[in-house]
Design a protein around this ligand. Structure first.
Ligand SMILES: [Zn+2]
Length: 97
């Protein structure tokens, strides 16, 4: 749902930019339509950014996860399983025995 909102915002913003270019190139009088699309698109993207911020911390969103070892992989014993304390993202790491 939120991801589609992000996509929709990008599309609306893109249409706005295209309308800007069209207006300058062809001299068409589109009144406030390019502005309307651009501002609506930016609004969607801003809303997405704010709502996404609540889900994970800023550190996780830039890739700085706080991993903690939660156990070993069931299939391969030399593989340790780590989970981020903040966002719950998991990763597996090979450990030499
Ligand atoms: Zn994380």
């Amino acid at each position: 749902m939120k991801r589609s909102l992000n996509t929709l915002g990008s599309i609306i913003l893109f249409i706005g930019v295209v309308l800007f270019i069209l207006r300058f190139q062809s001299g068409m009088d589109l009144f406030y339509t390019p502005w309307l699309f651009s501002i609506t698109g930016l609004g969607f993207l801003a809303f997405y950014a704010i709502s996404a911020k609540e889900e994970t911390s800023l550190f996780c969103r830039v890739g700085l996860h706080k991993y903690e070892k939660i156990g070993w992989d069931d299939e391969i014993k030399s593989r340790a399983v780590y989970q981020c304390q903040r966002c719950g993202r998991k990763k597996t790491v090979f450990r030499s025995v």
